[in-house]
Write a protein that binds this ligand. Structure first.
Ligand SMILES: [Zn+2]
Length: 132
């Protein structure tokens, strides 16, 4: 199938597939006329790359992760796992904080030791999985 059809099937713009092709993430075949051609196998690879993006891996990291023999593959995955676990810990703290605040008996949060303790540890950046 041509690039437009492949892009539609995986739900991204064609320029994304062109970029992934040019950077060697998912390299399409070429027709005699020079058009990029995608097989069902390519579609599987494209959806796998999207899944890797969903867990926060960059394109260079995804290139490393896709092939089992790549140097640094285990380190790349372990680095991402460590970040995910840190983010989960922060989200657990955020959840506990809000669960406390909803029923906090202090008239001002700033007068509550539990509330201010959380504020003292709040990080500058808590959003998990920034995309692209
Ligand atoms: Zn409180």
């Amino acid at each position: 199938m041509r690039i437009g059809e492949a892009a539609r099937r995986v739900g991204v713009d064609a320029h994304v597939l062109r970029h992934w092709h040019d950077t060697g993430v998912v390299v399409a075949d070429r027709s005699a006329a020079g058009h990029r051609l995608y097989t069902d196998e390519h579609i599987v690879r494209l959806t796998t790359v999207l899944a890797c993006q969903e867990v926060g891996l960059s394109l260079p990291e995804i290139r490393t992760v896709l092939h089992r023999g790549e140097t640094g593959r285990r380190e790349t995955i372990n680095r991402r796992l460590a970040r995910i676990r840190a983010q989960r810990a922060r989200l657990d703290e955020a959840e506990s904080f809000l669960q406390h605040v909803v029923d906090c008996t202090h008239d001002l949060l700033t007068r509550c030791p539990d509330c201010t303790r959380y504020a003292g540890t709040a990080p500058e950046q808590t959003m998990p999985f920034p995309r692209r």
